[in-house]
Every structure is written in C-alpha cells, then in structure tokens.
Design a protein. Structure first.
Length: 388
C-alpha cells in the first residue's frame, strides 16, 4: 500500500480532534460525577475477554453476537471477543467478582467495538457510558433508572424538547403464551410489529388464535386507553397481561410526575432486542436526531450465565453521539522562556486557576503554539496576561 494511504482509517472509525475531544471528556467527567452522586459505583472492565464471558447476552441476543469481533488468543488458543457492550461484563462483576447481597448499582464508561455500524451515520467504536442496577424487580427500580437517564441528559444540556418512549415486552409475551403460538409465528409477529406493517399484520392475524387481539395490539400500540377499549375481555383479564399493563401505566405516571415537561410516548410493540429484554424498555429521542440519545430496559436473570440470576435494569448511551456537532474553542496562554522564580510562580498560579499555559522552548515564538489566544508579559514589574 502506498505510504500516502496508510493513514486512512476503516469505515466507521474516526479520530477525535482537540476541539471535540475536550467537549467529550468534560461530558464524561460530568456524567460519571452525576452517577457517583446518585450512588452508582464506577467499574472498569477489560476490552477483550474469552468469548464465553461475553456470551451471557449473546445466547439470548443474536444481534450482539453478530456485532462482536472474535480473535484467537495467541497464548491459550481460545476464542476471545472484543466487547461490543459492557453490560454482560458488569453482570459478571455483580454475579461472580463482586457479589453484593442487596441492591448493587454500577456505572461505567469505555470504548466498545462493533463489526458493523448499528445505525445510520454511527461509529463502529462508540464511547459507551451507562448504569446498571441489580437486585430489584420493583417498578421503583425502573423509575429510578429512567429518572437517572433523563437527569444525565439534563446535565449534558440535552433535555430541551426530548421525547421518552416507553414499552414493555411483557404485553406481547403474555399474549403469545396465552395463544400458545409457536416460535416461528411469534417471530413473524414480532417482525411485523417492528415494521409497523398494519395491512400485513391484519392479513397474518386473521387465522390466529386471538388474532383480533394481536392486530389491536399493533393498531393501538401507542394508546393504552384504546387498547383497553378494543382488546377482548379474556386478554384483559389474563393475570399476566393485567399485571404488565398496570405496571406500565404506573411507571408512566411516576415518570411524568418527576418530569412533567418531558413528552412521554407509549409503544407496546417496540420489540427491539425482544429476546434479551424481559420487561420495561425505554429510549430518549431529541428533535432532528434519528437515533436514540440513550436507551435501556429490564433484563432480569442476566447473571444466570455466571451462576447468579438477579433482576436487572440499566441504560447506556454513546458519548460521541451526545456531543455530536459540539466543539470547544481552546484557549492557550503563551509564557516566555525563562526560569525566573516570579515567572514560574505566575505560570503555576494560572494553571491552578484552570488556564492552559504553554512555555516557549528555545528559539520558539508565538507562531509555534497552535491555538494561542493570550500571552504572558511583564508590565511594570508584574507578569500580566494579555489577549493576542
């Protein structure tokens, strides 16, 4: 390959330059501080593990398995996986490495790697930040997690005009069980719901047991009152369905009380990662952005692969996506060369106050310092900062 082409990066991978890197790092620190103040303990997880350790989700979520890079360990000959999501690693910590009897709260931030971009104009190497709560199956835990997610976006300055979508895989799952559908039919229905293909759904459900109810679920997926009006009494009186319906209604009400200005939408057939999530799902969207700013849900039993199945709920986001289009002008104070005590004390004071100070080297001048905006000069026996 010609030397002129060796600097090119793979598709979906990009450098982050100083003006944006500073924004991302500031956001990361602010987000982790916010999570820490809410009781979420920071953990670091390895970038690469044996594939078995990363399979706690891939057994039930083939999508995750498909986006995981796999390589052979040159030391052991075993198959390794590069993390595509940090949730299974945190589940391993909760189940085996750092087991806690009560409720455990963890947060994390780190790069993950995907074999393919997971959305339009998205990176293959997101900087994933998230939080996980283990050990509680209550509605309060789900509400806390949504509250935490919205609070973090507020801290990032992204709360204006956002829209929260709530769903619950339990409604569809309880109807599938009641109708005794086989796996193939269940998957076809899930696909139709995901595509919002109502004409196809009407045709497909015509001969199904409870077919009219499956159509109603898709037709009125965003209107809980309409669902109550149009679903059959047998479905509504089913204990499993009724319990989930009441939980979704109660959760929406609790979130609306805490965030009265946030628009909350319902989509009971939002079945992304259907085989992975076990309960409430949630995602936050902003105007003029196609992809969710943050998303998550309940995934009880995630630690079973590690010998400790526990209720769990959590969310994650990509810091690169949150900071897209945001740049920060870098201000640099240029100090002259010299070892005078008063000069060195002034430089130290400016740095302690938060200024970026670069001291010239040898024969350097102002032109040798990129982004120089101020200079340190002596005036009337004192060192003063002046704009360039």
């Amino acid at each position: 390959m010609p030397i002129s082409e060796t600097w090119l990066l793979p598709d979906g991978v990009a450098d982050v330059l100083p003006e944006q890197a500073q924004v991302i790092e500031t956001l990361r620190r602010k987000a982790l501080d916010f999570l820490a103040h809410r009781g979420y303990q920071l953990v670091y997880t390895p970038f690469i593990e044996y594939i078995e350790s990363l399979s706690s989700l891939s057994e039930s979520n083939q999508d995750l398995d498909l986006v995981t890079f796999k390589v052979i360990d040159q030391l052991s000959g075993r198959l390794l996986g590069v993390r595509a999501d940090m949730t299974p690693q945190v589940a391993r910590i909760d189940a085996h490495v750092h087991p806690i009897a009560g409720v455990a709260r963890y947060c994390y931030a780190g790069s993950v790697l995907h074999t393919k971009p997971q959305g339009f104009n998205t990176t293959r190497a997101p900087l994933q930040l998230g939080a996980e709560l283990f050990g509680s199956n209550s509605i309060d835990a789900d509400v806390e997690m949504v509250d935490l997610m919205l609070g973090l976006l507020e801290q990032a300055g992204l709360a204006d005009g956002i829209h929260l979508d709530l769903g619950h895989v339990g409604l569809f799952r309880s109807m599938v069980k009641l109708a005794a559908l086989d796996k193939a039919t269940e998957q076809q229905l899930s696909d139709l719901y995901q595509r919002k293909a109502l004409p196809e759904l009407a045709e497909f459900t015509r001969e199904l047991h409870f077919g009219a109810d499956f159509y109603v679920l898709g037709r009125y997926a965003s209107d809980l009152k309409a669902l109550q009006t149009h679903l059959s009494e047998e479905i509504q009186n089913n204990p499993a369905f009724h319990e989930v319906f009441e939980a979704l209604t109660e959760t929406r009400s609790a979130i609306q009380q805490r965030w009265p200005d946030v628009q909350i939408g319902i989509d009971v057939v939002e079945l992304r990662s259907y085989h992975y999530h076990t309960g409430l799902t949630y995602a936050v969207y902003a105007p003029n952005r196609a992809a969710a700013l943050a998303q998550g849900g309940r995934y009880d039993g995630i630690g079973k692969h590690f010998g400790r199945a526990r209720p769990a709920t959590g969310f994650s986001c990509d810091l690169y996506a949150l900071s897209a289009g945001c740049f920060e002008e870098i201000s640099v104070v240029v100090a002259p060369k010299g070892l005078q005590r008063d000069l060195q004390e002034k430089i130290a004071t400016l740095r302690a106050e938060g200024s970026n100070v670069v001291q010239l080297l040898d024969q350097d001048d102002l032109d040798s310092v990129p982004n120089a905006t101020h200079q340190l000069q002596q005036s009337n026996g004192h060192w003063v900062v002046t704009a360039i």
